[in-house]
Every structure is written in structure tokens, then in C-alpha cells.
Write a protein that binds this ligand. Structure first.
Ligand code: GLN
Length: 488
């Protein structure tokens, strides 16, 4: 049996229910573990042990008095520092919000609280979720538990690394262009980004509102289903939140009839630049599904080659508008040297934002400016529609699309320092999914010869989470990639 900190929620639930473990003991194990390894990993920006233990004690008391709140009661979930938890820091890994304490709970956080989850820890990320390596945090770098000279991916690098290192059982991240799936792939864990609108964005500090979505980082598919069932659902405080019947992905997994499915392989996702070891893992996964009765079909998504530039126009445009609120006047960093109003804005923003955030605000302001709006922003929106239609077309023929989650395994820290464009291009497998608003997940599907995890992506049709979760679980239950742990 694995040490407690490497177990799944499902296994821990059994131990809690059998009286073999208390939430307090579990919390202490995780605190000890993070004390032991986080100086090497750097997943957490903030941890409040006193508060975490108090939440654990409260869960134990509920269980004792028979008032348990459900399957997640007493389960610690660590949170990316972009989601508001009342009374906890909310920095978005930015100097701009260095001293900010959240006055309220995000929609998904209220739901986890209602289930009795222990919400502890603030996880490192790229500043305002802009990046693919967690190197853009204003405070620290996070390291990949499998090789600490490498990045954990990003922007939810802290979330994925914490789970992979056994510092957290599960974590929440956010995914605007792949920020849950790519770090999950780099760190050898499961990352799920549901359909846009499934999870409230209220209390998620906005980067690119039409693309942002909360996602889960867990060890297993079953754990992802448990968490998703808890956090999906309508929220009147988010105007893009979908009002749908309650999800029951846990039941969907339990009731999977193993019917053969049609899986599409898009040639655009297997082009030049794909690492041969990643390709080999995809080939093995395709063989697995074939031998388990699935039909593998070649498909084409002709416009996805434009997804990365389209994304960087739309995302930066939205970011330039969303980040205008950080003005030095209200709750943000305020420059000490400002002597008039204009100065106050410009100096506070110059001091508060890091280089990547500034680069994106500049780009976004440019593409929205008079004279350029039609040429860039409007055209990008039109191509976004074409990309969505490509997927719609494909999903008339197939039930799911399989691809790598990222073209390479985790790259060395600093590898793209001089060339942000190369880093932007590495998001080519994940970004089209956000542009189309579809659900997708990344699950461990192998290792490179040097021991780095490889992740496969399964993309579903809109609201088709249950289908891809089922497919993923079939693969997971026949392999043990997610049972392997880094030596730390
Ligand atoms: N890497 C992408 C970006 O930098 C995606 C980030 C995200 O999903 N938050 O924008």
C-alpha cells in the first residue's frame, strides 16, 4: 500500500469511513509531507496549518456525530492562488495582489465548503495564469517532482506538482488554454477541464473570461469525477454559468457498459515537433483502445493550425480589459512614489505587474485599438468560430478525440526564457479545446526513457464529460502509470 499522502480520495475515504484514519491524522500527514518536500518543489505560496487542522477537526467532529456532509467531507483540497477563499490570501502570484485577502468565496469554493472539504494552501502559478511553466510567478518557481531541474508546466504548476509530490491529495486549478491539462501531463497526474460554463467562474480572478474554466488535479479519474460532481452546477453570479441538471459522473463511471466507442485521431495533432517518445505513448494508447473494441478513425481539424495565434489575440484582448481593474486605487499594490492620478495608475501598474503580464496587456490593447480591431480581434473571433465548427464536424463521426496533451514531456526550467513565442506554440494541443469550449482531460499514459511522465488528452463533445471520463478510466484501470511516484 502507498503511503497515505500518495493515496487517492477514494482510498482515503474508505480508511476514514472504516475508522482507520481521521481527517486530523490525514491533515497532519500532508502537513508533514509538505514540510519535508516543499522547499525542493515550491508548490505552495501560503499554508495555514492552524486553520487546516481546525477544519480537519471540525470534519472529524461531524463524522463522530453522524452528521457527515458526504464523500468529500474531511478531504483536503489545495487551491490555486487564483480562486477566492474567504479570509485566505489571493495573490494570483502577482506583486499586484501581494497583500490581498479574499473577502468572499468563489462559486466552486462555496460548493466544496458545503461538502465539508478542507480548503488549505495557496498554490503557485504563473502570474494571473499567464504561462506554461509556472516560471512567471512573481514569488518563486515550482519544480517538477519527477525531475526538479524541469518545470511542472503551467499555469497551474503548483496544483499539479503538489499532487504529484504527495503534498496534496487533490487540487483545483484553472485552464484558459491548457493550464490544468498540460501541468497534469508534465507531472503524471489526472487533469480535467470541463465544458465552458459547467463550473462557476465567480471568484476566479479573470484572465480571459471567454476561455477560463476551473479544473481538477487528482491522482485518478474516479477522484476527478467526485470533485467535479461537487463543483459543477449553476451559479447566478456567473452569467455564463450553465443551468443544467446536477452531474453524476461518479455514477457514469460505475455504470460504464464498456460499449465500443469511436475515437478520432486528428492528423493536425500529430505533426512536426511532436516528441518521438510522446508519439510512442500515443501509439500504445491507440493500440489499447483498438484492442478493447474501439474504432479508431482518422479525422481532420483543418483550422486548428490557427488556434495558437487566434488564442493569443483573444486571450490578450480579454486580459487587457480584465486587468484594467488593477489600478493602484482600490485593493492592489499602490506605488509610493506617485504624485498625481495618472502617475498613480502607471507607476502602480509598472511596479505591480511582471514582464509577461505587461507583454500581454500591451498586445491585447493593441489588437483592440481603433484601426486594428477589425484586422486582428474580429478576424480572430471568426476563425474561432471555424475551429468550433471543425470540432462539431468531427463529433458527428466520433465520440472522442485522442491526442497528446503536450508535444513534449516537461522541459528544463528556463528553456524558453529568451523565446516566449516558442513557449506559446507548445500549447497547440490544449488551446483549440478552450476556443471551442469543450471538455477535455489529460491522463498519465507512459514515461520517457529518462522517467518523465507523458499525458494523453481525450477531448469530448460539449457536455460530454461522462464519455471521456469513462474512456479514460478504461485505460487507467488497465495500467498503473498513475500509481508510480517520483522519488523525492
Ligand atoms: N499557456 C497558456 C497561456 O499562457 C494557457 C494558460 C492558461 O491556461 N491559464 O495563456
Amino acid at each position: 500500500m502507498q503511503p497515505i499522502y500518495y493515496r487517492s480520495i477514494t482510498e482515503i475515504r474508505q480508511a476514514l469511513d472504516a475508522g482507520k484514519l481521521t481527517s486530523r491524522q490525514l491533515m497532519d500527514v500532508l502537513i508533514d509531507r509538505s514540510e519535508a518536500v516543499d522547499d525542493r518543489i515550491g508548490a505552495f505560496l501560503h499554508r495555514d496549518f492552524v486553520d487546516a487542522r481546525a477544519q480537519a477537526d471540525a470534519a472529524d467532529a461531524r463524522r463522530k456525530s453522524g452528521k457527515s456532509l458526504g464523500p468529500l467531507d474531511g478531504i483536503p483540497v489545495a487551491i490555486k492562488d487564483v480562486l477566492a477563499v474567504k479570509g485566505q490570501p489571493l495573490t494570483c502570484a502577482s506583486r499586484m495582489l501581494e497583500d490581498f485577502i479574499s473577502p468572499y468565496d468563489a462559486g466552486c469554493i462555496s460548493r466544496l465548503k458545503a461538502q465539508g472539504c478542507i480548503l488549505w494552501g495557496r498554490l503557485n502559478m504563473d502570474e494571473f495564469a499567464m504561462g506554461s511553466a509556472t516560471e512567471n510567478s512573481a514569488f518563486q518557481k515550482t519544480r517538477n517532482p519527477w525531475d526538479t531541474d524541469r518545470t511542472p508546466g503551467g499555469s497551474s504548476g503548483g496544483s499539479a506538482a503538489a499532487v504529484a509530490a504527495g503534498e496534496a491529495i487533490a487540487a483545483l486549478g484553472t485552464d484558459t488554454g491548457g493550464s490544468v491539462r498540460q501541468p497534469a501531463a508534465f507531472c503524471g497526474i489526472v487533469g480535467v477541464k470541463p465544458t465552458y460554463g459547467r463550473i462557476s467562474r465567480h471568484g476566479l480572478v479573470a484572465y480571459a473570461s471567454s476561455l477560463d474554466q476551473v479544473g481538477t488535479c487528482t491522482r485518478t479519474i474516479a477522484d476527478a469525477a467526485l470533485l467535479l460532481d461537487a463543483i459543477c452546477g449553476h451559479d447566478a453570479l456567473d452569467s455564463t454559468s450553465l443551468d443544467l441538471p446536477k452531474t453524476d459522473f461518479v455514477a457514469a463511471l460505475r455504470e460504464d457498459q464498456q460499449q465500443p466507442r469511436k475515437i478520432g485521431i486528428a492528423r493536425e495533432f500529430f505533426g512536426a515537433g511532436l516528441d518521438p517518445e510522446v508519439k510512442a505513448c500515443m501509439d500504445a494508447a491507440i493500440r489499447f483502445y483498438k484492442s478493447h473494441g474501439c474504432e479508431i478513425l482518422d479525422i481532420s481539424l483543418p483550422n486548428v493550425s490557427l488556434a495558437v495565434p487566434v488564442y493569443y489575440l483573444i486571450a490578450t484582448a480579454e486580459a487587457s480589459s480584465n486587468l484594467a481593474r488593477f489600478d493602484g486605487v482600490r485593493y492592489t499594490h499602490r506605488s509610493e512614489s506617485a504624485n498625481d492620478a495618472i502617475n498613480l495608475f502607471s507607476k502602480s501598474r509598472a511596479e505591480g505587474f511582471g514582464a509577461e503580464v505587461k507583454r500581454r496587456i500591451l498586445l491585447g490593447t493593441f489588437v483592440l485599438s481603433t484601426g486594428y480591431y477589425d484586422a486582428y480581434y474580429l478576424r480572430a473571433q471568426k476563425i474561432r468560430t471555424l475551429i468550433r465548427q471543425d470540432f462539431e464536424q468531427a463529433f458527428r463521426k466520433v465520440d472522442a478525440i485522442l491526442s497528446p496533451a503536450a508535444p513534449t514531456p516537461a522541459f528544463p526550467i528556463g528553456a524558453h526564457k529568451e523565446d516566449p513565442l516558442a513557449l506559446y506554440l507548445s500549447d497547440l494541443h490544449t488551446i483549440p479545446v478552450n476556443l471551442a469550449g469543450l471538455p477535455a482531460l489529460s491522463l498519465p499514459c507512459g514515461f520517457t526513457d529518462s522517467g518523465l511522465p507523458v499525458g494523453m488528452q481525450l477531448i469530448g463533445k460539449a457536455l460530454g464529460e461522462a464519455g471521456i471520463l469513462q474512456l479514460a478510466q478504461r485505460f487507467e484501470s488497465a495500467h498503473d502509470f498513475n500509481r508510480q511516484t517520483p522519488s523525492l
